[in-house]
Design a protein around this ligand. Structure first.
Ligand code: NAG
Length: 204
């Protein structure tokens, strides 16, 4: 009996270690070093259409850093981030220093293998259809083997005011059309029932 209990206890302990330990490790953006040089194809102020236009993102390790800086880098995660101008009065886009809470970079572009200190990586991203109308920049996080952020780079400056571009979302372009279409189809169904009913009444 004691053996059963202790193996159950061991299982619980394993579960606790397996699921709780990684999620309690907090990463703060302010603690990350900016070691990646990141560029993206849109020019300042360029307007891109969601679902249509592409962004080419390129990244490399800053060459003036000491050798071994990138020894823990396994992957590069690219994200699309709201510029401050698109965050004001929107708590759901707020910047938090703790990355788990941070709402700045809600849109994942891609996660790719880190190519090494000499590599210049690049990725072509089609702006997805669900990207809302806003002002953006691109950020890259270097992830270690656990998927934890250990460094970053971004296309804008520290205050996030330079090299920003715009995305015009699908809903901004098509919402009124969709509403009109929905109204027409609701009306036609109502009309169908109306005339069916009138026709029936005439027969009786
Ligand atoms: C590379 O790092 C150096 C030293 O931290 C910094 O002065 C320089 O601006 C960085 N270069 C780029 C292109 O970010």
């Amino acid at each position: 009996m004691a053996a059963v209990v202790s193996s159950e206890a061991a299982l619980v302990l394993l579960l606790v270690i397996g699921f709780v330990a990684p999620s309690t490790a907090s990463v703060f953006f302010s603690s990350l070093h900016q070691t990646l040089v990141v560029t993206a194809s849109p020019t300042t102020g360029q307007v891109l259409n969601a679902g249509v236009d592409q962004i080419k993102v390129s990244w490399s390790l800053n060459e003036s850093l000491a050798a071994g800086t990138d020894s823990a880098y396994e992957k590069i995660k690219l994200v699309l981030c709201y510029a401050p101008v698109s965050q004001t009065d929107r708590r759901w886009r707020k910047t938090y220093d703790e990355l788990k809470k941070d709402k700045t970079c809600q849109f994942k572009i891609a996660s790719v293998a880190y190519g090494g200190g000499d590599a210049v990586g690049s990725y072509e991203y089609m702006v997805e259809r669900d990207i809302p109308t806003a002002t953006y920049f691109v950020r890259a996080y270097a992830l270690d083997a656990d998927g934890t952020q250990v460094a970053y780079g971004q296309t804008t400056d520290a205050k996030k005011t330079t090299n920003l571009f715009e995305v015009v979302g699908i809903s901004g372009r098509h919402a009124s059309l969709d509403i009109a279409a929905a109204c027409f189809s609701a009306f036609s169904v109502a009309a169908l029932f109306f005339f069916f009913y009138v026709g029936k009444r005439k027969q009786t």
